[in-house]
Design a protein around this ligand. Structure first.
Ligand code: GTP
Ligand code: SPV
Ligand code: MN
Length: 592
């Protein structure tokens, strides 16, 4: 399908290694995809859902030991350990290859190898980049079709260039003890083996668009971030774009697709989604920062998604969507998850594949759907998809937001003093862990810029790169904020209503960017006057509640600073001096 000699040479090498029975190029045609769907249905790898209620939708279950990203088995391999940094698992490039080659040797014998050319970013955009994924999984092919611009167009975009990411995936025998998700940023290469789950195997997503791309951005002067992109359209038609970085399962998809509360809707405000997980950002000709969404679909968390919490996400899943590890309602031949509605189906197969009755669950945790069950939905299904979605130049960013799950400490919202302080705020992020990765849930850990699992190089250098970008942007830099939707009361209930009502906070953020509203200067940044958060139409939330949500406990913040200090110490001399200075200044302000 291509005359590109770099592609052909690499493909020959990989075929010789994994020895597939057959090699099939994915051209992206509907006929080829339909045949693959049929094959997956015939083998039971996928199940077809109710054609009337969920046309074109498929259900898939992964192995019980393979339901989330595996951070402990994810590596950044470079020649020198310092270049991967203290946060990433590291092994020297050739040592890792020596370890993995025997696992790959002949692993596709008797299987078909699919060759998937794909483009991250709009076809024709100067900011887009091409990858090729080799895989023995039809699930991967069908998901990559939704998540990326896959097929012939991607090869056209590549031309005869050597600048493509070489991805090799085999589900092998899905052995946990031999599972590896390995990035070689210095070689534009990804090797993934023994998983068949989402982020571990859809190599365009976290492996390329964040781990490899963050390193490319460092080298080439742009940024790859774990950020949603949304536009807020004012009644006069002006649209302002906001990007936001929250750790996995902390609310990006929800915020990206929010429905404005009545108070704004009636005035004519609208919200548009450009992206829900990843932003690639470049400095434009006018000196501002522009963002594109490299993806073409949403790999979203199913549990908690319902018509009230996220109408637009739910609508996006009504056709041509793949559901992974949700429950299967046998009477309707539809899907169900916790939080969809209050009526779990009676005649149901839980996510593990076991048929259960009524409300008995056998799966650990007592849930019908896995907490990290997901939908893979085409972006074009989204009712609020931005008309700029395919704009090759991206959209200009007015504000950047960081946030996480913090039961106490972080206030509802605050603004950094300036860009450098904003980089400090992002670097100091912490959040409670979620089901998006294997391991304990609900433990507070430091997660700088929500990139801890996704930064493909030394995070000290990454902080330095952020500071550099700010210098280049100067006074055109987006303003930087931090939010927290997850403060809880003494009974552990969320105090802030969240979801659509988060727009009330975004509106304050935009007012600040335009210099329209004052704020209170505190040791950690500018905090709103509680009266400036519009609460019209909210029954349970008063200005007094908001005052509480905005309160800052200096003791807790000093403890937090100690955590930041510990994190910073890991980077040694790779930590930019500016950040050490920011931390010292913040501590001094808190101690006053
Ligand atoms: P990844 O796809 O893993 O990167 O996750 P994400 O950041 O896109 O998170 P998502 O929007 O899917 O939300 C994850 C979970 O957080 C869901 O269960 C939501 O219901 C919940 N959530 C999202 N926004 C809010 C909010 O404003 N308040 C509360 N309390 N929960 C929220
Ligand atoms: C995340 O974990 O941040 C995700 C899902 O968006 S995955 O693609 O599995 O990484
Ligand atoms: Mn994510």
């Amino acid at each position: 399908m291509t005359e590109n000699k770099h592609v052909k040479q690499w493909l020959d090498e990989m075929v010789e290694l994994v020895k597939p029975a057959k090699v099939v190029w994915i051209d992206g045609s509907e006929a080829q995809l339909a045949a693959l769907r049929d094959e997956a249905l015939a083998t039971g790898e996928m199940e077809a859902l109710n054609e009337e209620k969920l046309p074109g939708c498929l259900l898939h279950r992964t192995a019980e030991n393979d339901v989330a990203r595996v951070e402990g088995r994810t590596y950044i391999c470079t020649k020198n350990k310092e270049d991967a940094g203290p946060i990433n698992n590291w092994m020297e490039t050739s040592a890792m290859k020596a370890k993995l080659l025997p696992l790959y040797d002949g692993v596709m014998q008797g299987r078909t190898m699919y060759v998937i050319p794909y483009c991250m970013g709009p076809i024709g955009s100067p900011f887009s980049k091409v990858g090729i994924e080799l895989t023995d999984s039809i699930y991967v092919v069908l998901n990559m079709d939704i998540m990326t611009r896959m097929g012939k167009d991607a090869l056209t975009q590549l031309g005869d260039s050597n600048d493509f990411v070489r991805g090799l995936h085999s589900k092998a025998n899905v052995e946990e003890e031999n599972r590896y998700i390995v990035q070689f940023p210095e070689e534009n290469t990804i090797w993934s083996i023994n998983s068949a789950y989402g982020g571990n195997v859809l190599l365009g997503k976290k492996c390329f668009a964040l781990r490899i791309a963050s390193y490319q951005g460092f080298k080439e002067g742009w940024m790859a971030e774990h950020m949603l992109i949304l536009g807020i359209e004012a009644p006069n038609g002006e649209v302002n774009y906001i990007t936001a970085a929250f750790p996995s399962a902390c609310g990006k998809t929800n915020l990206a697709m929010l429905i404005p509360p009545e108070v704004y809707a009636k005035q004519g405000y609208k919200v548009w989604t450009v992206g829900d997980d990843i932003a690639w950002m470049h400095i434009g000709d006018d000196g501002r920062l522009y963002a594109i969404n490299p993806e073409a679909g949403f790999f979203g968390v199913a549990p908690g998604t319902n018509a009230k919490s996220n109408f637009n996400a739910l609508e996006s899943t009504k056709k041509n969507t793949i559901f992974t590890n949700v429950a299967h309602d046998l009477d309707q031949n539809t899907v169900w998850w916790e939080g969809l509605d209050k009526n779990p189906p009676e005649n149901v197969v839980e996510w593990t594949g076991k048929k259960v009755n009524g409300k008995e669950y056998t799966a650990e945790g007592g849930k019908l759907a896995h907490p990290n069950s997901r939908f893979t939905a085409p972006a074009i299904n989204c009712p609020c998809l931005s008309k700029e979605f395919n704009n090759p130049n991206g959209v200009p960013v007015t504000a950047m937001v960081f946030g996480g799950r913090r039961a106490k400490t972080a206030p509802l919202v605050y603004q950094s003093f300036d860009w450098a302080h904003g980089v400090f705020v992002g670097s100091a992020m912490a959040s409670e862990t979620t089901a998006a990765a294997t391991g304990a849930v609900g433990v507070v850990r430091r997660d700088p810029m929500a990139m801890r699992p996704f930064c493909g190089y030394n995070m000290g250098d990454y902080f330095g790169h952020w500071l550099e970008m700010g210098k280049k942007l100067g006074d055109k830099a987006p303003r930087i904020f931090n939010v927290n939707w997850f403060r809880t009361d003494d009974e552990g209930h969320f105090i802030w209503p969240g979801f659509g009502d988060n727009m009330r906070v975004l509106m304050w953020i935009l007012s600040r960017c335009k210099g329209e509203v004052d704020a209170v200067e505190t040791p950690i940044g500018y905090v709103p006057n509680a009266e400036d958060i519009n609460l019209e139409g909210l029954d349970d939330v008063t200005t007094e509640t908001v005052r509480g949500l905005l309160s800052i406990d200096k003791e807790l913040w000093l403890e937090d600073a100690a955590g930041v200090e510990e994190l910073y110490a890991m980077f040694g001399d790779r930590l930019p001096e500016e950040l050490a200075k920011q931390l010292a200044e913040q501590k001094a302000r808190l101690a006053k």
